[in-house]
Design a protein around this ligand. Structure first.
Ligand SMILES: Cc1cc2nc3c(=O)[nH]c(=O)nc-3n(C[C@H](O)[C@H](O)[C@H](O)COP(=O)(O)O)c2cc1C
Length: 309
C-alpha cells in the first residue's frame, strides 16, 4: 500500500487524504496560513465559527498564555454567513481540501438557518456544530451542557441540511457520554470532541483578571489528558466516528487519540506555536505506521489495551 493511501480516510462521507484536520478558530479560513502551510496536504479545514449575522465578539484582552496552553475569549467574532459564502469559500475552493464549516448560533433557529443556507452552496463538505454557544432563549446556558438541548439543536440542523453534520461537544459537563448519545440520536454523522474548558487567569501584580470577559476557553497541552479520556469514553459508547481534539501538538499525541478511538484528529493551539505542526503530524503518522508494521491508519483506531490486573 502506498504511503498516501495508508492515511486516506472517509468520515461522515467526507474523503480526506489523511486524518489531520485544522481545528475551528485556530486556522481562520486558511488564508493567513497559506504561505506557511501547504493547504493541499492537510486532511480537512474546519473554518472559524460562522453565524447568521456578523458577531463582534468580546472586548480585549481576549487571549492569555498559561503554563501549558492558552485561554481565549474571542466570543466567536465572525463576519457572518454571507461573507463566508461570498468571500471565504470561493478563495478556499482553489485548494484540494475538504472545507467543513463550523456553525454557531444564539438560538436553534439561527443554527438551522445557517445550515440551510450552507446547503445551497457546493463548496462545503460538512458542518461542524459548535454546541458550546449560549442559548439566549434558555438562560444563556450553553446548548451542549444538557442532553435535551443538545438533541434539539442537532435535530434542527439535521432537518435543515443534507450535508454531513458533526456536533462538537463541550467538555464542561459531568457526563460526556450522555451528551454524545443525544447528538447521535439527533442524527449526527460523526462527533468532534473536545471544545475548550472554562478557565481564568489573574495578574497578581495588578490584582486584575487578565481577560476582559474574566473567563475564557482553555486549550493546548494542559487539556490533552481530559480530551483523551473523553474521546476514549465516547468512542466506546457511540457507533459514529469520533474526531479527537485537545492539546495535540505532535504525531505521538495524534497516535494516542487514535489508539483511544478517534478516527481523525484536529490540531488547534499547536498551529499558533508551530504553523507547520499539521504537516509534521502527517509525516509522523506515516512514520509510525511503517515503524510498527501497520498497513493503514484505520488499523490503530481504538486498539489501546487496558493494563493487565
Ligand atoms: C483562539 C481560539 C478560537 C477558537 N474558536 C473556535 C470556534 O470558533 N469554534 C469552535 O468550535 N471551537 C473553537 N475553538 C476551539 C478549538 O477548535 C479546539 O476545540 C480547542 O482549542 C482544543 O484544541 P487544541 O488544544 O488543539 O487547541 C477555538 C480555540 C482557540 C484557541
Amino acid at each position: 500500500m502506498s504511503t498516501a493511501s495508508s492515511l486516506a480516510i472517509t468520515i461522515a462521507g467526507i474523503h480526506m487524504k489523511n486524518p489531520v484536520i485544522a481545528a475551528s478558530g485556530t486556522f481562520g479560513f486558511g488564508k493567513e496560513y497559506s504561505s506557511l502551510v501547504d493547504l493541499n496536504k492537510i486532511g480537512a479545514i474546519i473554518t472559524k465559527g460562522t453565524s447568521l449575522e456578523p458577531w463582534v465578539g468580546n472586548p480585549p484582552e481576549r487571549i492569555a498564555e498559561t503554563a501549558a496552553g492558552m485561554l481565549n475569549s474571542i466570543g466567536l467574532q465572525n463576519d457572518g454567513i454571507e461573507n463566508l459564502i461570498n468571500e471565504k469559500l470561493p478563495w478556499l475552493s482553489q485548494f484540494d481540501v475538504p472545507v467543513i464549516v463550523n456553525i454557531v448560533g444564539h438560538t436553534i433557529e439561527e443554527y438551522a438557518k445557517v445550515a440551510q443556507r450552507l446547503s445551497e452552496t457546493d463548496s462545503v463538505a460538512g458542518l461542524e456544530i459548535n454546541i458550546s454557544c449560549p442559548n439566549v432563549k434558555h438562560g444563556c446556558i450553553a446548548f451542549g451542557v444538557e442532553p435535551r438541548m443538545t438533541f434539539e439543536v442537532v435535530n434542527a440542523v439535521r432537518k435543515a441540511t443534507h450535508l454531513p453534520i458533526i456536533p462538537k461537544l463541550s467538555p464542561n459537563v459531568a457526563d460526556i457520554v450522555a451528551i454524545a448519545h443525544a447528538a447521535v440520536d439527533a442524527g449526527a454523522d460523526a462527533i468532534s470532541l473536545i471544545n475548550t474548558l472554562i478557565g481564568t487567569s489573574i495578574n497578581a501584580e495588578t490584582r486584575t483578571f487578565r481577560l476582559a470577559n474574566i473567563t475564557g476557553g482553555l486549550s493546548g497541552p494542559a487539556i490533552k489528558p481530559i480530551a483523551l479520556r473523553m474521546v476514549w469514553e465516547v468512542a466506546k459508547a457511540v457507533d459514529v466516528p469520533v474526531i479527537g481534539v485537545g492539546g495535540i501538538m505532535t504525531a505521538e499525541d495524534a497516535v494516542e487519540f487514535m489508539l483511544a478511538g478517534a478516527s481523525a484528529i484536529q490540531v488547534g493551539t499547536a498551529n499558533f506555536v508551530y504553523p507547520n505542526a499539521m504537516i509534521e503530524i502527517i509525516e509522523g503518522l506515516e512514520a509510525y505506521l511503517s515503524r510498527h508494521g501497520f498497513g493503514h491508519i484505520s488499523e490503530i483506531v481504538g486498539i489501546v489495551q487496558s493494563p493487565q490486573c
